[in-house]
Design a protein around this ligand. Structure first.
Ligand code: C5P
Length: 239
């Protein structure tokens, strides 16, 4: 597989076409952004660590009956993925209160929910990714009710498996964000990435954040935190 032209530059990744029209080339970058890209900082090793973490998680999910766009991780910074048409929604699953939920509803930090909370945000830099509900999604023709139902079903499956993986790592999965695409056949397929950039992870013993909140809140060295997450994930995935 050969890298061809740059398709898109994201906040932490670059996407390229390849000589195979079905396959995209993703490069994970050594940088972190916050405030929807308004704050951008170079972070040593971050691209390599997130690529490895995301690759291991996608492989695990596929092995547990949750198909996704991951094909292969040819090098430290590169991932090959199946090309899909991205659905412009961020799907957030929450097991406990944190972040924007905690702020919006003024509930105590890490209050556990009786069942997972599902939220959608409309991906739009111009609008700052606003919250959007099912009927608004349908009204704006962003996705059909069938596609939304399938996204919800897969998101809850991902939550179940991720919760199990992280618990085995001594980590509470507080919440996470995933994104989906549509294949040429019209199937909903898990895409984008799953890494500590897009999950809230709390050490079960110490209560320390093991995710991008370390960067968002200036709590310490992000590289060493991501190294710790990868080290624990490798232990679990090699069992
Ligand atoms: O900020 P909020 O509480 O809504 O974030 C919920 C989850 O979604 C967090 O795990 C956060 O890391 C993730 N997220 C993300 N990308 C965004 C917004 C949130 O990965 N643009």
């Amino acid at each position: 597989i050969e890298k061809e032209t740059l398709l898109y530059t994201g906040k932490a990744k670059e996407m390229y076409t390849t000589n195979d029209p079905e396959i995209l080339w993703v490069e994970y970058l050594d940088q972190a952004t916050a405030l929807n890209g308004k704050r951008k900082v170079p972070i040593d090793q971050k691209g390599r660590l997130n690529n490895r973490i995301s690759s291991l998680i996608f492989k695990d999910l596929a092995a547990h009956g949750i198909p996704n766009h991951f094909i292969d991780q040819p090098t430290d910074y590169v991932q090959l993925v199946k090309r899909v048409t991205m659905i412009p929604l961020e799907t957030v699953v929450r097991n406990a209160a944190s972040g924007s939920f905690e702020r919006r509803f003024a509930v105590a930090h890490l209050t556990k929910f009786p069942e997972p909370v599902l939220e959608f945000f409309y991906k739009s830099d111009a609008l700052d990714d606003p919250f959007i509900n099912d009927s608004q999604i349908h009204a704006l023709n962003i996705a059909t009710p069938e596609v939304v139902a399938e996204i919800k079903r897969q998101a809850l499956q991902v939550n179940q498996r991720l919760t199990t993986i992280f618990a085995a790592m001594g980590v509470q999965l507080v919440d996470f964000k995933i994104e989906f695409g549509l294949t040429a056949a019209g199937d909903v397929l898990l895409a984008d990435e799953i890494s500590p950039d897009s999950c809230r992870l709390v050490d079960l013993k110490t209560g320390a954040s093991l995710d991008k909140d370390v960067f968002r809140k200036n709590l310490g060295d992000l590289t060493s935190v991501y190294q710790e997450v990868l080290a624990r994930l490798v232990t679990v995935e090699e069992d």
